[in-house]
Design a protein around this ligand. Structure first.
Ligand code: COA
Length: 260
């Protein structure tokens, strides 16, 4: 698929995805959501891709939200559809992705942009980044998982404050609140992400995938995270990666994981 708004580059087994609509501050329109979904689907089957980094084009914005011009005249039903398609194609999809996804937040992460960052497994932001939920200023609420994931990351009190005031917060505050994992300069942003992916790439892809699944299970009200953990912990013993990991330890060498 040719992508107009999604650029990709593979570097050391890491797929860097750049949302590329800089003249609209990388706002997520329907086409961008489709392209991002297709890119993620393809990358999931690529064994050599061990992790994903998502960032925004330019040095001003990560993603400034859903494209307001596209939903300006929506009906109730269309609004519901917009939200559920987004959950399915991007936000839940990324959260449950089998490889770690890191958001490199390089500027404004507003509304759907912050929801995109929060759906990722880790967030690194540059010191110019501004994060917030402007939705109530427009008469709507966050509809891509923001009402749920924000409280999971920063607690209910801060989530209420951010969403009902629509105030933006800066990167140091976001770090203090636990919304992001690291803050760097703009120049160092991708390097910091690569530093993290380099560590992940030496680990067992099977175990990393399972860890993502089990951590998420604890936030799924239909599941008991502890039971899922017991099940998946047991299954690990049947993997080739486990045999290789233990063998390598006993032989005092680096493991050569195959991801199965
Ligand atoms: N949807 C559609 N277009 C958007 C957008 C969005 N979420 N965010 C920014 N843009 C567009 C602007 O309309 C403008 O386009 P134009 O040049 O064709 O008029 C362009 O991106 C640049 O934005 P601009 O507002 O001129 O930049 P700024 O530096 O003055 O302000 C923001 C930056 C982020 C504060 C401002 O763009 C903004 O408030 N954006 C909306 C954020 C939002 O409400 N997101 C949640 C949506 S649910």
């Amino acid at each position: 698929m040719t992508s107009e708004y999604v650029l990709t580059e593979i570097k050391n087994g890491v797929l860097v995805i750049t949302i590329n609509r800089p003249d609209k501050l990388n706002a997520l329109n329907r086409q961008t959501i489709e392209e991002l979904h297709e890119t993620l689907v393809e990358a999931e089957n690529e064994k050599d891709i061990r992790a994903i980094i998502i960032t925004g084009s330019g040095n001003k914005s990560f993603v400034a939200g859903a494209d307001i011009s596209e939903f300006a005249a929506f009906s109730i039903e269309q609004g519901k559809q917009l939200s559920s398609t987004g959950h399915f194609k991007i936000f839940n999809f990324i959260e449950n992705y089998s490889k770690p996804v890191i958001a490199a937040v390089n500027g404004f992460a507003l509304g759907g942009g912050l929801e995109l960052a929060m759906a990722c497994h880790l967030r690194v932001a540059s010191d110019n980044a501004k994060m917030g939920f402007p939705e109530v200023s427009l008469g709507v609420i966050p509809g891509y998982g923001g009402t749920q994931r924000l409280a999971q990351l920063v607690g209910k009190g801060k989530a209420f404050e951010m969403i009902v005031t629509a105030d933006m917060i800066n990167a140091p505050d976001a770090f203090k609140w636990g919304l992001i994992n690291h803050v760097t300069t703009q120049e160092e942003l991708l390097n910091k992400c690569f530093e993290i992916t380099a560590k992940i790439s030496t680990k067992s892809p099977t175990a990393v995938k399972t860890a993502i699944k089990v951590i998420n299970a604890g936030y799924n009200t239909q599941l008991n995270g502890y039971e899922v953990e017991i099940e998946e912990f047991g299954k690990s013993f049947g993997t080739t990666d486990f045999k290789e990991g233990v063998k390598a330890f006993l032989e005092k060498r680096k493991a050569n994981f195959k991801g199965n």
